[in-house]
Design a protein around this ligand. Structure first.
Ligand code: SF4
Length: 409
């Protein structure tokens, strides 16, 4: 076995992460993972439609020091990448590419087994990446009731099949106690992300988030550095100010798709709410939360699909062109457009799209440069959101760091 000995650049590591997210990775059947590592938990959606013989680690780390990246394991037996172990050391291997790279895992959190009003803490909230506490108040979204859910969404189906907490909606005192205990007991938690589907109305969902944020302000042992609320904007604009007075210092209103007519096809429920209303909400959020704290999210991989959402209509070149137009437009408005990679866990209405790794990498690289040059993110920050070892399932923090590194900062 040849272990890749030369120090790999950040750019090489990001390209590998991109390949691993798109192609997934296989796992040697004889492997025994070490004790005390953080194992995969289903949070928002499924990361694989296949299951290994035992619970696998959530993420892997590879690269040295400033070039280290974190990457989600998407188990896929057909992938040319494979996790193997020799003498209690672990590697990502790709025989065709003669690649043998040492990997490590994220240590488990100490507080996962705590009792929260009769619930196990780790079923209410979870570690994401290396330092983020993630909570989903509601895995349900009222768009599903009328079949108006976003066509790529797998949140509700994943909940029905895989999530451990028994109800889609969690009670506020349970959420707040779980967050409070987790922050008190685990010093690794630096940031908080609360992400919810629509509950009974846009204003009700927003008020639900406000109540969580307000109670947290009263009970938390310390405020996380970054606290992000991800939901739809409210119908009543005055609620935005109220959210700004809580623990939350960042908001994300995902628009998912940039071109208006395509947005209506992919996101019929959001289409009824109104494309322009989401943009207006983002602009208002920038005023309330400050520059660099208003985010939207788009799904990379579906922007180029035709109106039938046929996976075969994905066009890598067009995907980049359309996505870059979106990036430029949002940056002009002072809004940061995050992108997640389209992924099919077996549940949504679009199906599998084999993304082009090289083109995907090129898009995110350009994204990093554009966002870095926009100066919407403070110069001292190494990430666009949270920290470099937080977001294991997308590439934008990594390519922002790359742009900064290449600018010699
Ligand atoms: S708004 Fe769309 S993506 Fe979000 S939970 Fe509802 S259906 Fe899913």
């Amino acid at each position: 076995m040849i272990v890749t000995a030369l120090k790999r650049s950040l750019e090489q590591n990001i390209l590998l992460k991109c390949q691993l997210l798109i192609e997934g990775c296989n796992i040697d059947n004889n492997i025994t993972f070490p004790q005390g590592i953080h194992l995969q938990k289903t949070h928002l959606y499924s990361h694989s439609s296949q299951t290994f013989k035992e619970t696998i680690p959530g993420d892997i780390l590879f690269g040295e020091e400033e070039n280290r990246v974190i990457c989600r394991i998407r188990y896929n037996t057909a992938s040319p990448f494979k996790i193997v172990s020799f003498d209690d050391n672990f590697f990502i291997q790709n025989e065709e590419l003669e690649l043998h790279i040492p990997i490590t895992f994220i240590p488990e959190i100490k507080c996962g087994g705590e009792n929260v009003q009769g619930h196990i803490l780790s079923t209410v909230c979870t570690l994401l990446g290396d330092d983020l506490l993630g909570v989903i108040p509601s895995n349900y979204c009222f768009y599903f009731k009328d079949n108006k859910q976003c066509r790529f969404c797998e949140i509700f189906q994943t909940f029905q099949k895989e999530v451990e907490y028994q109800r889609p909606l969690k009670k506020i005192p349970i959420i707040c106690e779980a967050i409070s205990k987790a922050l008190a007991l685990e010093p690794r938690f630096k940031h908080l992300a609360v992400t919810t589907g629509n509950i009974s109305s846009y204003d009700y969902t927003f008020e639900y988030m406000i109540s969580i944020g307000k109670q947290l302000l009263e009970v938390l042992p310390y405020a996380p550095q970054q606290s992000l609320a991800t939901l739809m904007p409210p119908d009543s604009p005055h609620l935005m100010e109220k959210l700004g007075q809580t623990i939350f210092n960042k908001v994300d209103f995902p628009i998912e798709v940039f071109e208006y007519s395509h947005f209506l096809t992919v996101c019929p429920g959001k289409g009824e709410f109104g494309y322009q209303k989401i943009i207006d909400g983002l602009v208002q959020a920038k005023e309330v939360f400050g520059v660099g704290n208003s985010y939207t999210n788009l799904v990379y991989g579906i922007q180029s699909l035709n109106s039938d959402l046929d996976p075969k209509s994905y066009d890598a070149q067009k995907e980049n062109e359309k996505s870059l137009i979106a990036v430029e437009s949002f940056l002009k408005l002072g809004i940061i457009p995050g992108f997640t990679l389209y992924h099919f866990g077996g549940y949504n209405q679009i199906g599998s799209i084999p993304l082009d790794s090289q083109k995907t990498f090129e898009f995110f690289k350009e994204w990093g440069e554009m966002v870095y040059l926009s100066k919407l993110v403070k110069q001292e920050e190494d990430s666009v959101l949270f920290s470099p070892l937080t977001l294991s399932n997308t590439l934008y923090n990594d390519t922002f760091r790359l742009a900064k590194q290449q600018a010699g900062v």
